[in-house]
Write a protein that binds this ligand. Structure first.
Ligand code: CTP
Length: 399
Protein backbone atom coordinates (compact mmCIF):
# COMPACT_ATOMS: atom_id res chain seq x y z
CA UNK A 1 0.00 0.00 0.00
CA UNK A 2 1.41 3.37 -1.00
CA UNK A 3 1.69 6.25 1.38
CA UNK A 4 -1.41 8.36 1.68
CA UNK A 5 -1.66 11.90 0.42
CA UNK A 6 -4.67 14.15 0.86
CA UNK A 7 -4.71 16.82 -1.83
CA UNK A 8 -6.63 19.77 -0.38
CA UNK A 9 -7.57 22.10 -3.21
CA UNK A 10 -7.95 25.77 -2.32
CA UNK A 11 -9.95 28.32 -4.28
CA UNK A 12 -7.42 29.83 -6.67
CA UNK A 13 -7.18 29.75 -10.46
CA UNK A 14 -4.40 27.13 -10.21
CA UNK A 15 -7.09 24.71 -8.97
CA UNK A 16 -7.65 23.90 -12.65
CA UNK A 17 -4.40 21.90 -12.37
CA UNK A 18 -5.56 19.88 -9.36
CA UNK A 19 -6.60 16.77 -11.37
CA UNK A 20 -3.10 16.73 -12.91
CA UNK A 21 -1.55 16.99 -9.46
CA UNK A 22 -3.55 13.89 -8.50
CA UNK A 23 -2.26 12.08 -11.60
CA UNK A 24 1.36 12.90 -10.87
CA UNK A 25 0.99 11.85 -7.24
CA UNK A 26 -0.54 8.54 -8.25
CA UNK A 27 2.19 7.96 -10.82
CA UNK A 28 4.71 8.49 -8.01
CA UNK A 29 3.01 5.61 -6.15
CA UNK A 30 0.88 7.49 -3.62
CA UNK A 31 -2.70 6.73 -2.67
CA UNK A 32 -4.55 9.99 -3.12
CA UNK A 33 -7.77 11.42 -1.76
CA UNK A 34 -8.99 14.90 -2.40
CA UNK A 35 -10.73 17.69 -0.59
CA UNK A 36 -11.98 20.78 -2.36
CA UNK A 37 -13.20 24.07 -0.94
CA UNK A 38 -16.37 25.61 -2.34
CA UNK A 39 -14.30 28.17 -4.28
CA UNK A 40 -11.99 25.47 -5.63
CA UNK A 41 -15.03 23.89 -7.26
CA UNK A 42 -15.58 27.09 -9.21
CA UNK A 43 -12.31 26.29 -11.01
CA UNK A 44 -12.22 22.51 -11.10
CA UNK A 45 -14.93 19.89 -10.68
CA UNK A 46 -15.81 17.23 -8.17
CA UNK A 47 -16.22 14.71 -10.99
CA UNK A 48 -12.70 15.37 -12.35
CA UNK A 49 -11.12 14.93 -8.91
CA UNK A 50 -13.15 11.80 -8.11
CA UNK A 51 -12.32 10.28 -11.49
CA UNK A 52 -8.55 10.70 -11.25
CA UNK A 53 -8.28 9.85 -7.53
CA UNK A 54 -10.71 6.94 -7.57
CA UNK A 55 -12.34 8.19 -4.35
CA UNK A 56 -15.24 10.50 -3.48
CA UNK A 57 -14.22 14.13 -2.92
CA UNK A 58 -14.53 15.69 0.51
CA UNK A 59 -16.52 18.87 0.02
CA UNK A 60 -18.10 21.55 2.15
CA UNK A 61 -21.37 20.45 3.70
CA UNK A 62 -20.34 16.81 3.99
CA UNK A 63 -19.87 16.27 7.66
CA UNK A 64 -19.27 12.56 8.03
CA UNK A 65 -16.99 10.00 6.42
CA UNK A 66 -18.54 6.71 5.20
CA UNK A 67 -17.21 5.19 8.45
CA UNK A 68 -19.51 7.51 10.39
CA UNK A 69 -16.60 9.48 11.79
CA UNK A 70 -16.53 13.27 11.52
CA UNK A 71 -15.00 13.96 8.12
CA UNK A 72 -12.19 16.37 9.04
CA UNK A 73 -11.01 14.11 11.87
CA UNK A 74 -11.05 11.08 9.60
CA UNK A 75 -9.13 12.88 6.83
CA UNK A 76 -6.47 14.24 9.21
CA UNK A 77 -5.94 10.77 10.66
CA UNK A 78 -5.92 9.07 7.24
CA UNK A 79 -3.30 11.21 5.49
CA UNK A 80 0.45 10.75 5.88
CA UNK A 81 0.70 14.19 4.32
CA UNK A 82 -1.75 16.92 3.41
CA UNK A 83 -0.76 18.85 0.28
CA UNK A 84 -2.65 22.14 0.00
CA UNK A 85 -2.47 23.03 -3.70
CA UNK A 86 -3.24 25.67 -4.59
CA UNK A 87 -3.14 27.38 -1.21
CA UNK A 88 -4.74 30.82 -1.16
CA UNK A 89 -3.86 33.70 1.16
CA UNK A 90 -7.11 32.94 3.01
CA UNK A 91 -6.21 29.23 3.45
CA UNK A 92 -2.85 30.23 4.95
CA UNK A 93 -4.48 32.83 7.22
CA UNK A 94 -7.12 30.43 8.55
CA UNK A 95 -4.55 27.71 9.27
CA UNK A 96 -2.11 30.15 10.89
CA UNK A 97 -4.86 31.46 13.14
CA UNK A 98 -6.18 27.98 13.91
CA UNK A 99 -9.51 29.12 12.53
CA UNK A 100 -11.18 25.80 11.72
CA UNK A 101 -13.81 27.50 9.66
CA UNK A 102 -14.09 25.34 6.59
CA UNK A 103 -13.32 21.69 5.85
CA UNK A 104 -9.76 22.47 4.68
CA UNK A 105 -8.72 24.48 7.73
CA UNK A 106 -10.59 22.11 10.08
CA UNK A 107 -8.64 19.15 8.65
CA UNK A 108 -5.34 20.90 9.27
CA UNK A 109 -6.29 21.97 12.76
CA UNK A 110 -7.57 18.44 13.47
CA UNK A 111 -4.00 17.15 13.79
CA UNK A 112 -2.79 16.58 10.23
CA UNK A 113 0.64 14.96 10.71
CA UNK A 114 2.49 16.69 7.87
CA UNK A 115 1.33 19.68 5.90
CA UNK A 116 2.89 20.90 2.65
CA UNK A 117 1.64 24.19 1.27
CA UNK A 118 1.80 25.09 -2.42
CA UNK A 119 0.80 28.76 -2.44
CA UNK A 120 -0.60 30.37 -5.58
CA UNK A 121 -1.61 34.01 -5.67
CA UNK A 122 -0.77 37.29 -7.33
CA UNK A 123 2.71 38.56 -6.51
CA UNK A 124 1.28 41.57 -4.67
CA UNK A 125 -0.65 39.27 -2.35
CA UNK A 126 2.27 36.89 -1.80
CA UNK A 127 4.49 39.85 -0.87
CA UNK A 128 1.96 41.24 1.60
CA UNK A 129 3.35 41.31 5.16
CA UNK A 130 0.24 39.62 6.57
CA UNK A 131 0.68 36.68 4.18
CA UNK A 132 4.40 36.46 4.94
CA UNK A 133 3.73 36.52 8.68
CA UNK A 134 1.28 33.66 8.30
CA UNK A 135 3.84 31.69 6.28
CA UNK A 136 6.45 32.26 8.99
CA UNK A 137 4.01 31.12 11.71
CA UNK A 138 3.18 27.95 9.82
CA UNK A 139 6.86 27.21 9.16
CA UNK A 140 7.59 27.67 12.85
CA UNK A 141 4.98 24.98 13.52
CA UNK A 142 6.81 22.58 11.21
CA UNK A 143 4.73 23.05 8.10
CA UNK A 144 6.61 22.85 4.79
CA UNK A 145 6.29 24.98 1.66
CA UNK A 146 6.78 24.18 -2.02
CA UNK A 147 6.98 27.37 -4.07
CA UNK A 148 5.55 29.64 -5.20
CA UNK A 149 7.61 30.05 -8.36
CA UNK A 150 8.22 33.08 -10.52
CA UNK A 151 6.09 32.93 -13.65
CA UNK A 152 3.00 33.89 -15.61
CA UNK A 153 -0.26 34.62 -13.76
CA UNK A 154 -3.61 33.13 -14.71
CA UNK A 155 -5.52 36.40 -14.85
CA UNK A 156 -5.33 38.22 -18.18
CA UNK A 157 -3.24 41.39 -18.11
CA UNK A 158 -1.34 40.60 -14.92
CA UNK A 159 2.44 40.83 -15.10
CA UNK A 160 4.46 37.72 -14.32
CA UNK A 161 5.89 37.54 -10.82
CA UNK A 162 6.54 35.45 -7.75
CA UNK A 163 3.29 33.70 -6.91
CA UNK A 164 2.78 30.94 -9.45
CA UNK A 165 2.00 27.45 -8.17
CA UNK A 166 4.69 24.87 -8.88
CA UNK A 167 3.90 22.50 -11.73
CA UNK A 168 2.15 19.22 -10.87
CA UNK A 169 5.29 17.07 -11.37
CA UNK A 170 7.30 19.41 -9.16
CA UNK A 171 4.67 19.15 -6.43
CA UNK A 172 4.79 15.35 -6.65
CA UNK A 173 8.59 15.54 -6.29
CA UNK A 174 8.26 17.71 -3.17
CA UNK A 175 5.72 15.33 -1.63
CA UNK A 176 8.06 12.43 -2.29
CA UNK A 177 10.90 14.31 -0.63
CA UNK A 178 8.84 14.88 2.51
CA UNK A 179 7.71 11.25 2.72
CA UNK A 180 11.10 9.59 2.18
CA UNK A 181 13.14 8.11 5.01
CA UNK A 182 16.38 10.05 5.43
CA UNK A 183 18.89 7.20 5.46
CA UNK A 184 21.49 9.43 3.75
CA UNK A 185 21.30 12.18 6.38
CA UNK A 186 24.74 13.59 7.12
CA UNK A 187 26.23 12.32 3.84
CA UNK A 188 27.42 14.31 0.87
CA UNK A 189 26.88 12.79 -2.54
CA UNK A 190 28.70 14.13 -5.59
CA UNK A 191 27.05 13.15 -8.87
CA UNK A 192 28.08 13.86 -12.45
CA UNK A 193 25.61 13.71 -15.31
CA UNK A 194 25.15 14.39 -18.98
CA UNK A 195 27.61 14.70 -21.84
CA UNK A 196 30.58 17.01 -22.21
CA UNK A 197 31.23 19.19 -25.23
CA UNK A 198 34.69 19.51 -26.67
CA UNK A 199 34.80 22.56 -28.90
CA UNK A 200 36.68 22.89 -32.17
CA UNK A 201 35.64 26.51 -32.46
CA UNK A 202 32.88 28.65 -30.90
CA UNK A 203 30.08 26.84 -32.80
CA UNK A 204 31.33 23.28 -33.40
CA UNK A 205 31.97 20.57 -30.88
CA UNK A 206 32.40 16.84 -30.32
CA UNK A 207 29.89 15.31 -27.93
CA UNK A 208 27.63 12.29 -27.35
CA UNK A 209 23.87 11.72 -26.93
CA UNK A 210 23.84 11.37 -23.12
CA UNK A 211 20.60 12.89 -21.78
CA UNK A 212 21.75 13.16 -18.16
CA UNK A 213 18.63 11.32 -16.92
CA UNK A 214 20.49 8.58 -15.01
CA UNK A 215 22.70 11.02 -13.10
CA UNK A 216 19.80 13.38 -12.34
CA UNK A 217 17.79 10.42 -11.04
CA UNK A 218 20.65 9.54 -8.68
CA UNK A 219 20.91 13.17 -7.52
CA UNK A 220 17.16 13.42 -6.85
CA UNK A 221 16.98 10.08 -5.07
CA UNK A 222 19.95 11.00 -2.85
CA UNK A 223 18.36 14.37 -2.03
CA UNK A 224 15.09 12.70 -1.08
CA UNK A 225 17.01 10.37 1.22
CA UNK A 226 18.51 13.31 3.08
CA UNK A 227 21.93 13.67 1.44
CA UNK A 228 23.56 16.97 0.62
CA UNK A 229 23.90 16.65 -3.13
CA UNK A 230 26.29 18.33 -5.55
CA UNK A 231 25.40 17.72 -9.20
CA UNK A 232 28.12 18.56 -11.72
CA UNK A 233 26.47 18.35 -15.10
CA UNK A 234 27.26 18.92 -18.74
CA UNK A 235 24.71 20.49 -21.12
CA UNK A 236 21.30 18.78 -20.72
CA UNK A 237 17.65 19.71 -21.27
CA UNK A 238 16.68 18.75 -17.73
CA UNK A 239 15.48 21.32 -15.19
CA UNK A 240 17.64 21.93 -12.11
CA UNK A 241 16.31 19.67 -9.34
CA UNK A 242 15.23 21.52 -6.19
CA UNK A 243 17.39 21.16 -3.11
CA UNK A 244 20.47 20.13 -5.11
CA UNK A 245 23.55 22.27 -5.64
CA UNK A 246 24.07 22.27 -9.41
CA UNK A 247 27.40 23.07 -11.04
CA UNK A 248 27.01 23.45 -14.81
CA UNK A 249 30.09 22.71 -16.89
CA UNK A 250 30.73 22.20 -20.56
CA UNK A 251 33.99 20.41 -21.31
CA UNK A 252 35.74 17.42 -19.73
CA UNK A 253 38.41 19.77 -18.41
CA UNK A 254 35.79 21.92 -16.68
CA UNK A 255 34.13 18.83 -15.22
CA UNK A 256 37.53 17.61 -14.07
CA UNK A 257 38.17 20.88 -12.22
CA UNK A 258 34.70 21.04 -10.65
CA UNK A 259 34.74 17.41 -9.49
CA UNK A 260 38.24 17.50 -8.03
CA UNK A 261 37.41 20.73 -6.27
CA UNK A 262 34.40 19.18 -4.51
CA UNK A 263 35.79 15.67 -4.00
CA UNK A 264 37.12 16.24 -0.45
CA UNK A 265 33.56 17.01 0.77
CA UNK A 266 32.05 13.88 -0.75
CA UNK A 267 31.24 10.56 0.92
CA UNK A 268 29.96 9.01 -2.29
CA UNK A 269 30.74 9.87 -5.90
CA UNK A 270 28.55 8.59 -8.71
CA UNK A 271 30.18 9.32 -12.09
CA UNK A 272 27.22 8.94 -14.42
CA UNK A 273 28.48 11.57 -16.87
CA UNK A 274 29.44 10.49 -20.37
CA UNK A 275 32.75 12.31 -20.38
CA UNK A 276 34.36 12.69 -23.81
CA UNK A 277 37.62 10.78 -23.90
CA UNK A 278 39.10 13.03 -26.57
CA UNK A 279 39.09 16.71 -27.35
CA UNK A 280 40.38 18.64 -30.37
CA UNK A 281 44.06 19.43 -29.89
CA UNK A 282 43.33 23.08 -30.48
CA UNK A 283 40.29 25.24 -30.07
CA UNK A 284 40.00 28.05 -32.56
CA UNK A 285 38.88 31.38 -31.19
CA UNK A 286 36.80 32.13 -34.28
CA UNK A 287 34.62 30.03 -36.54
CA UNK A 288 36.67 28.52 -39.31
CA UNK A 289 35.08 28.76 -42.80
CA UNK A 290 34.98 25.49 -44.71
CA UNK A 291 37.74 24.95 -47.25
CA UNK A 292 38.80 21.91 -49.32
CA UNK A 293 37.20 18.46 -49.48
CA UNK A 294 38.82 16.87 -46.45
CA UNK A 295 39.68 17.96 -42.98
CA UNK A 296 41.82 16.13 -40.46
CA UNK A 297 41.21 16.63 -36.80
CA UNK A 298 43.90 15.96 -34.27
CA UNK A 299 42.45 14.82 -30.96
CA UNK A 300 44.14 14.57 -27.58
CA UNK A 301 43.02 12.73 -24.43
CA UNK A 302 40.95 14.45 -21.78
CA UNK A 303 41.79 13.80 -18.14
CA UNK A 304 40.27 10.59 -16.78
CA UNK A 305 38.39 12.12 -13.87
CA UNK A 306 37.33 8.88 -12.25
CA UNK A 307 40.79 7.33 -12.43
CA UNK A 308 42.14 10.39 -10.63
CA UNK A 309 39.48 10.12 -7.94
CA UNK A 310 40.47 6.47 -7.58
CA UNK A 311 44.03 7.55 -6.84
CA UNK A 312 43.01 10.27 -4.39
CA UNK A 313 40.24 8.46 -2.57
CA UNK A 314 40.30 8.14 1.20
CA UNK A 315 36.93 7.34 2.78
CA UNK A 316 34.96 7.99 -0.40
CA UNK A 317 32.88 5.32 -2.09
CA UNK A 318 33.32 5.49 -5.86
CA UNK A 319 30.74 4.36 -8.39
CA UNK A 320 31.50 4.38 -12.10
CA UNK A 321 29.56 3.58 -15.23
CA UNK A 322 30.79 1.56 -18.14
CA UNK A 323 29.33 1.60 -21.58
CA UNK A 324 30.35 -1.38 -23.57
CA UNK A 325 29.12 -2.85 -26.79
CA UNK A 326 31.00 -6.15 -26.45
CA UNK A 327 32.78 -8.23 -23.79
CA UNK A 328 30.89 -6.12 -21.26
CA UNK A 329 31.52 -7.97 -18.03
CA UNK A 330 35.24 -8.49 -18.29
CA UNK A 331 35.88 -5.00 -19.64
CA UNK A 332 33.74 -3.37 -16.95
CA UNK A 333 35.41 -5.35 -14.17
CA UNK A 334 38.85 -4.41 -15.51
CA UNK A 335 37.72 -0.78 -15.47
CA UNK A 336 36.61 -1.08 -11.85
CA UNK A 337 40.06 -2.38 -10.89
CA UNK A 338 41.97 0.10 -13.00
CA UNK A 339 40.07 3.08 -11.61
CA UNK A 340 39.97 1.76 -8.02
CA UNK A 341 36.15 1.80 -7.80
CA UNK A 342 33.80 0.16 -5.32
CA UNK A 343 31.06 -0.45 -7.86
CA UNK A 344 30.67 -0.26 -11.59
CA UNK A 345 27.39 -0.20 -13.49
CA UNK A 346 27.44 -1.68 -16.93
CA UNK A 347 25.08 -0.13 -19.50
CA UNK A 348 24.13 -1.43 -22.89
CA UNK A 349 23.94 1.63 -25.15
CA UNK A 350 23.02 -0.36 -28.25
CA UNK A 351 19.87 -1.88 -26.71
CA UNK A 352 17.08 0.22 -28.32
CA UNK A 353 14.80 0.00 -25.25
CA UNK A 354 17.35 1.38 -22.84
CA UNK A 355 19.54 3.46 -25.12
CA UNK A 356 20.59 7.07 -24.61
CA UNK A 357 17.74 9.30 -23.54
CA UNK A 358 15.34 6.54 -22.44
CA UNK A 359 13.48 6.79 -19.12
CA UNK A 360 14.29 3.19 -18.37
CA UNK A 361 17.51 1.33 -18.20
CA UNK A 362 18.97 -2.03 -17.29
CA UNK A 363 22.24 -2.38 -15.47
CA UNK A 364 24.71 -5.04 -14.53
CA UNK A 365 26.26 -4.03 -11.23
CA UNK A 366 29.69 -5.38 -10.40
CA UNK A 367 31.37 -5.05 -7.01
CA UNK A 368 35.05 -5.09 -6.27
CA UNK A 369 34.64 -8.57 -4.79
CA UNK A 370 33.49 -9.72 -8.20
CA UNK A 371 29.87 -10.11 -7.02
CA UNK A 372 27.74 -9.37 -10.06
CA UNK A 373 24.02 -8.72 -10.33
CA UNK A 374 21.85 -8.02 -13.34
CA UNK A 375 19.16 -5.44 -12.59
CA UNK A 376 16.35 -5.86 -15.10
CA UNK A 377 14.62 -3.08 -16.96
CA UNK A 378 13.29 -0.45 -14.59
CA UNK A 379 12.93 3.32 -14.41
CA UNK A 380 16.20 5.18 -13.98
CA UNK A 381 14.82 6.42 -10.66
CA UNK A 382 14.19 2.87 -9.39
CA UNK A 383 17.70 1.85 -10.46
CA UNK A 384 19.13 4.94 -8.76
CA UNK A 385 17.40 3.93 -5.50
CA UNK A 386 18.86 0.45 -5.68
CA UNK A 387 22.29 1.82 -6.42
CA UNK A 388 22.13 4.16 -3.41
CA UNK A 389 21.02 1.33 -1.15
CA UNK A 390 23.95 -0.76 -2.36
CA UNK A 391 26.43 2.13 -1.98
CA UNK A 392 25.24 2.77 1.57
CA UNK A 393 26.47 -0.69 2.49
CA UNK A 394 30.00 0.38 1.51
CA UNK A 395 29.96 3.57 3.53
CA UNK A 396 31.33 4.15 7.00
CA UNK A 397 28.89 5.20 9.69
CA UNK A 398 28.46 8.99 9.79
CA UNK A 399 30.46 10.66 12.58
N1 CTP B 1 35.11 8.87 -17.05
C1 CTP B 1 35.81 9.90 -16.47
N2 CTP B 1 36.67 10.67 -17.21
C2 CTP B 1 36.85 10.43 -18.52
C3 CTP B 1 36.14 9.36 -19.14
C4 CTP B 1 35.28 8.61 -18.38
O1 CTP B 1 35.66 10.12 -15.27
N3 CTP B 1 37.67 11.19 -19.21
C5 CTP B 1 34.22 8.04 -16.23
C6 CTP B 1 32.80 7.97 -16.70
O2 CTP B 1 31.99 8.94 -16.08
C7 CTP B 1 32.36 6.57 -16.29
C8 CTP B 1 33.63 5.77 -16.33
O3 CTP B 1 34.70 6.73 -16.28
O4 CTP B 1 31.88 6.53 -14.97
C9 CTP B 1 33.81 4.87 -17.53
O5 CTP B 1 33.92 5.58 -18.69
P1 CTP B 1 34.33 4.89 -20.09
O6 CTP B 1 34.53 5.99 -21.07
O7 CTP B 1 33.37 3.82 -20.44
O8 CTP B 1 35.66 4.18 -19.70
P2 CTP B 1 37.10 4.30 -20.19
O9 CTP B 1 37.94 4.05 -18.99
O10 CTP B 1 37.27 5.57 -20.92
O11 CTP B 1 37.25 3.03 -21.12
P3 CTP B 1 36.98 2.77 -22.67
O12 CTP B 1 38.02 3.56 -23.34
O13 CTP B 1 37.12 1.31 -22.74
O14 CTP B 1 35.58 3.20 -22.99
Amino acid sequence: MGQRVLLAVGGGAAAIKAPLVVRRLREAGFEVRTLATARALAFTTELALATVSGHPVATEGRWFAPSGRVLHLELAAWADLVLVAPATAADLARAAAGLAEDLLSATIVAGARRVLWAPAMNPEMWADPAVQENVARLKARGHAFAGPAYGAMAAVGEAPGLGRMLEPEELAAHVRYHLTEKDYAGRTVLVTAGPTREHLDPVRFISNPSSGKMGYAVAEAARDRGARVILVHGPTHLPDPFGVETVPVESAEEMHRAVLDRFPEADLVVMAAAVADWRPAERKGEKEPKTGEEKHLRLVRTPDILAELGEQKRHQVLVGFAMETHEGLSRAYAKLKRKNLDLICLNYPTDPETAFGADENRLVVIERSGRTEAWGKASKRALAERLLTRALGFMQKPV
